[in-house]
Design a protein around this ligand. Structure first.
Ligand code: IPM
Ligand code: MG
Length: 357
């Protein structure tokens, strides 16, 4: 039976990068027997414009029925003044929590061909291969109470709550350990246990959970130090596991080690391996419609989808080799362009990868 993929292009550059990923999927269907059925839906600002909601009920239903979801990006200036409850980002967060996609994998891999595109020295980043495992459905992003209230003295006060239960910490820790078992078996858990009780518990539970994984070498690091170490000596890390907000911040930082945030895919998985796949960059409204964005993060997200949710390892490898081939050939979108190579548009990059398949 063919697997169902729900495609949610979203806003900004989302639609144009997703089109390139779809070319890749089509090629795999036509020439390599990939058996998938595609559906599409609305999410984010475009969904708000059409339906008054950033996550329409029918999108959530389609997402629940799908075996995997491919998402472009959400958000843009146009919707920034909306009430926070209907902003495009709420659509994405609603999908993450509605599907219980608690485990967010953000690999930061430096393609050797791009060593000179990083703002860091080539010897600091060459060979870099980090997996950031970000908790995605809890923490301060979802904690209650939250809001903005007016105090008795008339001054307004904003507040959010950082909250994690033991079971939430344990499942993300186990997720990180499972991934590390297939890699170098080293996990660094990132917290702020010196200040925040919530992450004091985090450290305790992660430490307890590792007893089921005797081969894993577990270390702990405060988030401020982790940010510093990521730019100072990033190759010390294998797998990093952390909270929703710390993971949001550290993964952008790690992305830049690889030359461009336009290169980084991600997977957001539930307890059964069902997942949503998206580039970690946002909707980049300034670039939208210019045919300049880098579609590789989205194309590599398709590769992660094939690997993690659809059990199609060979096809995933095929995409990864095609991307390598294109980079070997010196083909670059502007964000990874360095002199002497061939600068191409979004659609030309998609065509190049499709041809290399
Ligand atoms: C990300 C993004 C999202 C987040 C936004 C768009 C809500 O920055 O996926 O990293 O903060 O999680
Ligand atoms: Mg982010």
């Amino acid at each position: 039976m063919s697997k169902k993929i729900l495609v949610l292009p979203g806003d900004g550059i989302g639609p144009e990068i997703v089109v390139e990923a779809l070319k890749v999927i089509k090629r795999l269907q036509d020439d390599f027997g990939l058996d998938v059925e595609l559906q599409s839906g609305l999410i984010g600002g475009c969904a708000y414009d059409a339906k008054g909601q950033p996550l329409p009920e029918e999108t959530l239903l389609l997402a629940k029925e799908a075996d995997a979801i491919l998402l472009g990006a959400v958000g843009g200036y146009k919707w920034e003044s909306l009430d926070i409850s209907v902003r495009p980002e709420k659509g994405l967060l609603g999908l993450r929590s509605g599907l219980e996609l608690f485990s967010n994998l953000r690999p930061a891999i430096l393609y050797p061909q791009l060593a000179s595109a990083s703002t860091l020295k080539a010897d600091v980043v060459s060979g870099l291969d980090i997996m950031i495992v970000r908790e995605l459905t809890g923490g301060i992003y979802f904690g209650q109470p939250r809001g903005i209230k007016t105090l008795d003295n008339g001054e307004r006060q904003g507040f959010n709550t950082l909250v994690y239960s033991e079971s939430e910490i344990r499942r993300i820790a186990r997720s990180a350990f499972e991934i590390a078992m297939k890699r170098d078996k080293r996990v660094c858990s990132v917290d702020k246990a010196n200040v925040l009780e919530c992450t004091e518990l985090w450290r305790e539970v992660v430490t307890d959970a590792v007893s089921d994984y005797p081969e894993i070498e577990l270390t702990h690091m405060y988030v401020d130090n982790a940010a510093m170490q990521l730019v100072k000596a990033p190759k010390q890390f294998d797998v990093m596991v952390t909270t929703n907000m710390f993971g949001d911040i550290l993964s952008d930082c790690a992305a830049m080690l690889t030359g461009s945030i336009g290169m980084l895919p991600s997977a957001s998985l539930d307890a059964n391996g069902k997942g949503m796949y998206e580039p970690i960059h946002g909707s980049a409204p300034d670039l939208a419609g210019k045919n300049e964005a880098n579609p590789l993060a989205t194309i590599l997200s398709v590769s992660m989808m094939l690997r993690y949710s659809l059990g199609e390892t060979k096809m995933a490898d095929r995409i990864d080799s095609a991307v390598n081939q294109v980079l070997d050939d010196g083909i670059r979108t502007y964000d990874i362009f360095t002199g002497g190579l061939t600068k191409v548009s979004t659609s030309q990059m998609g065509d190049a990868v499709t041809a290399a398949l």
